[in-house]
Ligand binder design. Sequence first.
Ligand code: DAT
Ligand code: MG
Length: 140
Amino acid sequence: MTVERTLSIIKPDATARNLTGAINAKFEAAGLRIVAQRRIRMTLDQAGAFYAVHAARPFYDELRSFMASGPVVVQVLEGEGAVAKNREVMGATNPAEAAEGTVRKEFALSIGENSVHGSDSAENAATEIAFFFSGLDIVG
Ligand code: DAT
Ligand code: MG
């Protein structure tokens, strides 16, 4: 396995409940290092652009409205196999199907308000990291 970076977002439902630290503790316990982090509030257009891949899905409007509804914490996680490891720590998209101990099992409110985003491939991670961060923002 090689050291990778992945893009993570702590979503508005989680920042609203002051869960940033609790979620970051799970990342760090799993061996993921937070090498960049910023708290932002996205516009509807920015959230729509980030999730453009889902533009044809029935939940797209709900998704981009939710992601623009409050602060989010965007971050880059680094570690061995970071993309897959982060997906493991996150748990399944639908919290009803998420494994014990995962972020979504413990904290997600619903399939839409599911507390975290994580890149799903190394290729998408590179694109998603570049959406929010420049190289100088990332300190490994
Ligand atoms: P993931 O976030 O696990 O990668 P995804 O890429 O399939 O899941 O979908 C992106 C987000 O869209 C997901 O985190 C929450 C929302 N979403 C997905 N399926 C949904 C559904 N059936 N109803 C409402 N929101 C949904
Ligand atoms: Mg996804």
